[in-house]
Structure formats: C-alpha cells, structure tokens
Write a protein that binds this ligand. Structure first.
Ligand code: FAD
Length: 106
C-alpha cells in the first residue's frame, strides 16, 4: 500500500541521512545511541510485518557502529535485504556516501 511506501521512503531518508552525519570516529556514547535507536526503531516501526523482519535482520546482523563508513555500509546492507525481498534492484554500497552525503539527484 502507498502509506507503507511513503513511510519506507521517509524512514530510509532519515536513516541514511543520520549515517551521513555520523562521526568518522564516534565516541562509545554515540555508538550506544545508534545501537539503541535501531533497536527501538525495530520495535516501534509502524508496519508490523516490516518490523518483524527488521528485528530478524538485526539479530543475525548486529548494527555496526565503529565509524561512519561502517554504519553507512551496514545500513546499506539492511536496505538491500528489503530491496531483495521486494524484488527491487540491489544498491551498490560503494556509492552510499555519494548518494546520501555528497549528494546526487534521485
Ligand atoms: P526506497 O527503498 O524507499 O529507497 C529510497 C532511495 O534510497 C532510493 O531511491 C535509492 O536512491 C536509495 N537506496 C535504495 N537502496 C539503497 C541502499 N541499499 N542503500 C542506500 N540507499 C539506497 N516495505 C514492504 O513492502 N515490506 C517490508 O517488509 C518493508 N520493510 C521495511 C523495513 C524498513 C526498516 C524500512 C525503513 C522500510 C521497509 N519497507 C518495507 C519499505 C521499502 O523498503 C521501501 O521504502 C518502499 O517500498 C518504497 O520504495 P522506493 O522504491 O521508493 O525506494
């Protein structure tokens, strides 16, 4: 349905933009914030089938928070998991920062 798509696009925009602003050398507190945020998001995400699958993904692929690139690539892999599930093309994760930080037209 359209609202699941609008919610998804908005949420991915928020998440990849958070990754783009995440420090290259995060403190332990900043790393704990990202881990906590993703865990809470996976429980509150208001598309229950999406949330359930996202919790499974988090359980098998714990959030990586050691650096901006580490988190950005982990998030790209998480997004690709959903892309594959929905039959969408996989995104080249070497381009995540160009897409979300330095910017291009979508
Ligand atoms: P989106 O997938 O929303 O992507 C937006 C933009 O991000 C793209 O145009 C592209 O430029 C960029 N992009 C694409 N892939 C990547 C990547 N791997 N890394 C970085 N940038 C990328 N929908 C369902 O129907 N079922 C689900 O189970 C489901 N689970 C979801 C779980 C989560 C945590 C989230 C946030 C969303 C989920 N969605 C789910 C929504 C789905 O992922 C899409 O957001 C929605 O289908 C709209 O897709 P879209 O084609 O507009 O682009």
């Amino acid at each position: 349905p359209a609202d699941v798509e609008t919610l998804g696009r908005g949420t991915w925009t928020l998440l990849h933009t958070i990754a783009a602003q995440y420090p290259t050398q995060p403190s332990p507190g900043q790393q704990a914030d990202i881990k906590g945020f993703m865990g809470i998001l996976s429980r509150l995400y208001p598309c229950w089938v999406c949330a359930e699958d996202f919790q499974k993904f988090l359980a098998k692929s714990p959030v990586r928070t050691a650096s901006r690139d580490d988190f950005g690539r982990w998030l790209c892999a998480a997004h690709n998991e959903v892309n594959v599930k929905l039959g969408k093309p996989e995104f080249d994760c070497n381009l995540w920062e160009e897409r979300w930080r330095t910017g291009w037209k979508d």
